[in-house]
Design a protein. Structure first.
Length: 73
């Protein structure tokens, strides 16, 4: 089964959205990974209204992409 890790940035509404997406993915056969390093899919959920949360998510995405390129050929 594929696994997914969901990282949420921003407000409580984003937390609720992440929970809803997680429930839908689990219903489709995904398992929830305990960390991004162990996940097949990493979902970054952020708020585009709050610039700080969006910038944190973009920086995290860059870091993850570089790590995955290095460690997962």
């Amino acid at each position: 089964m594929p696994s997914v890790y969901i990282k949420t940035f921003g407000c409580q509404m984003n937390e609720r959205d992440s929970e809803a997406v997680a429930a839908q993915l689990v219903a489709k056969g995904y398992t929830l990974a305990p960390s991004e390093a162990l996940a097949d899919v990493v979902l970054l959920n952020t708020c585009s209204v709050r610039d700080f949360a969006e910038q944190k998510a973009l920086n995290k995405m860059r870091t993850l992409a570089a790590d995955f390129r290095r460690n997962r050929p």
